[in-house]
Design a protein around this ligand. Structure first.
Ligand code: NDP
Length: 312
């Protein structure tokens, strides 16, 4: 089994930045990218808050460039999921879904977070048939159609605004009567004539026929009134869940599954030689730039760890 000095699991801004730093330190990292190389930013359009791009940059372009930059210094990439890790001894064993197995002297976990679903019975079966958690991926299919977006945070606002480029009408269904989204996002969404808000409302059922989603059954949680609303699209914008299931309890996480850094400000975990960066350990900032910054920190920690433990 091949032994790597550094294996980076996950490929968002955190993973690619960790790859850039460790490859420039001659550690020949392997990035196991998952099935969506580039992570969440590949499902957004304009990124206006990543420094260095006065006109903004497209999320997928930013990720493609980060990947290319790390490849220049010898980073290897593998597009599969990690199904299992054994962190009980070093080198750590990493088992991939495609059957590949590796040993790693250090491990950097940057698996990010994935969109949450409501948990309604037919929700997952209807993905691609009217249910989506990614407006930028699927919005195009809703030209002149009616869509509903669920949630009251920045994700929901961003999805709703993006969908107005295509849909004839966008309804935002929120379980309270105030939004959690930041003020500028709220103001933009409220000013958009194509967007209407459905307050104090929870979705009870997604209605569908052979062609896909046709409507939703909702309940007003103040009046108890139940009603049906016709819709072609059902977009989730209710936040994210950290991708830590594959760790099977070997790394300390909080109750939501976010990795808890152990040696603040360093991105160390409770296992020596395993570091974590990006959204998988950050439920607060969740920004591309903070993810990239923590990727840099994890890479430097991995490099120092190898120096101190004779692996460099
Ligand atoms: P948030 O946790 O901020 O918001 C989630 C929203 O979904 C809340 O309104 C919440 O309702 C609602 N919700 C959660 N669970 C359910 C449920 N089971 N049923 C119904 N509604 C539910 O997540 P976001 O993904 O919106 O944002 C996360 C972070 O990322 C934030 O810090 C945000 O600022 C940032 N972000 C920034 C963007 C940008 O700047 N362009 C874009 C996207 C995100 P309630 O309010 O009642 O809890």
């Amino acid at each position: 089994m091949e032994t790597k000095k550094v294996i980076i699991i996950g490929s968002g801004p955190a993973g690619y930045t960790a790859a850039l730093y460790t490859s420039r330190a001659n550690l020949a990292p392997l990035v196991i990218e998952g099935h969506e190389p580039g992570g969440q930013l590949t499902t957004t359009t304009d990124v206006e808050n990543f420094p260095g791009f006065p006109e903004g940059v497209m999320g997928p372009d930013l990720m493609a460039n980060m990947k290319k930059q790390a490849a220049r210094f010898g980073t290897q990439y593998l597009q599969t999921h990690v199904s299992d890790v054994d962190l009980s001894k070093r080198p750590f064993k990493v088992t991939c879904e495609n059957g590949n197995e590796f040993l790693a002297e250090t491990l950097i976990i940057s698996t990010g977070a994935s969109a949450k679903y409501l948990g309604l019975p037919n929700e997952m079966a209807l993905i691609g048939k009217g249910v989506s958690a990614c407006a930028t991926c699927d919005g195009f299919f809703y030209r002149d159609k009616v869509v509903h977006v669920i949630g009251g945070g920045d994700t929901a606002m961003e999805e709703a605004m993006f969908l107005t480029k295509f849909a004839s009408k966008v309804y935002v269904v929120h379980r309270r009567d105030t939004l959690r989204a930041s003020k500028p996002m709220q103001e933009r969404a409220m000013a958009n004539e194509k967007i209407d808000f459905v307050w104090n409302t929870e979705v009870e059922e997604i209605l569908a026929d052979d062609t896909g989603v046709t409507g939703i059954r909702v309940k007003n949680n103040q009046t108890g009134e139940v009603s049906e609303r016709a819709t072609d699209g059902f977009f989730l914008g209710i936040g994210h869940r950290p991708n830590t299931g594959f760790l099977k309890g070997q790394i300390k996480t909080d109750e939501q599954g976010y990795i808890i850094p152990q040696n603040s400000p360093h991105p160390d975990t409770n296992v020596a030689g395993v570091f974590a960066c990006g959204d998988v350990q950050d439920s607060y900032y969740r920004q591309a730039i903070s993810a990239a910054g923590s990727g840099c920190m994890a890479a430097i920690r991995a490099e120092r760890f190898l120096e101190e433990n004779g692996g460099h």
